[in-house]
Write a protein that binds this ligand. Sequence first.
Ligand code: ADP
Length: 346
Amino acid sequence: MSQDEPMTIATLGSHSALQILKGAKDEGFGTLLICEENRHSLYKRFRFIDEILTISHYDELLDSRCKQRLDNTKSIIIPHGTMIAYFTYRDIENISVPIFGNRKIFQWESDRNLKQKLMNASQLITPKLIQRKEDIDKLCIVKLHGAAGGRGYFLAWNKESFEENATSLLNQRRIRSEDDLFIQEYVIGVPTYLQFFYSPLNRQIEFLGADIRYESDIDSIGRIPAKQQLSISLQPSYNVIGNLPLVLRESLLEGVYVMGERFVKASEDLVPPGMIGPFCLEGVYDKEGIFTTFEFSARIVAGTNLYINGSPYSELIYDEPMSMGRRIAHEIRIAKEKGFLNQVFT
Ligand code: ADP
């Protein structure tokens, strides 16, 4: 693709699509949204979306009609959480349209074992993993495989409490066997999502924001007095409803950069060409200010939607409002101008 050929930024209609396409428009790109029929009425309200390609189901992203439109508009797809949750990593690896970022890393995000391997190689502190339900001897969080947005997660403190909840998931056919569950030590502290951008062009990491998720109904339990909590035997869920902004103590920032840089280095070694663009380290700050990472996302996270107008951290780096969505488009624009597009997509 030549430097002055027009290019389009495309994404799926969900997750952080508004932020991504607003940022693309601000950086001078054409914008294309591929969205399911039932979301069309939402997205058509926004003028920065040049074209909406309606599909009846996300699967159609892989069909020839979408491919043709993406090709004709010289589109580059920006992946986000919905895309990662919905498609298998194989589907994503096989999409024949350029994808911003390193498409190989999505397998490492969706496979718990690979995920742990990359976090270990990044020298991140991670929660202890409990291999067998018989070994549960403290508060644990039990998770389903894959990014489930916290749905179905439960707390267990011994074998019995594990079995009680696992049986309920089995009855609801949410899992096929207890092996579909993954047991992790519960880390007490402030759950924090650290939002980074890594530029392969200038080989620098930028910390662009932090957030807290607000989840139903775990975050509303504190509004119910203990006596009533006990009487209704509530089993909390962790379904993300939205995100709240968080500004970290300045003394934590150096550690944030170190973690981000180690992650970038390890992904370069294990998943070449490594991290390209946005990623998020997800964990808990304990009372000593130590961060235990329980997850990462190797793409834009929805918590960045908080900062469409820039964040307190982007403000320190850029003289104009720089959302994560815009930062992605900015990187593509610079890469295009300098003839390095092949460094930002795979
Ligand atoms: P998903 O990846 O499915 O979106 P998360 O891994 O972000 O879900 O976790 C959902 C919820 O569980 C969040 O509130 C998170 O803070 C909490 N959580 C996850 N792992 C731990 C842990 N090891 N200790 C404490 N809280 C945790």
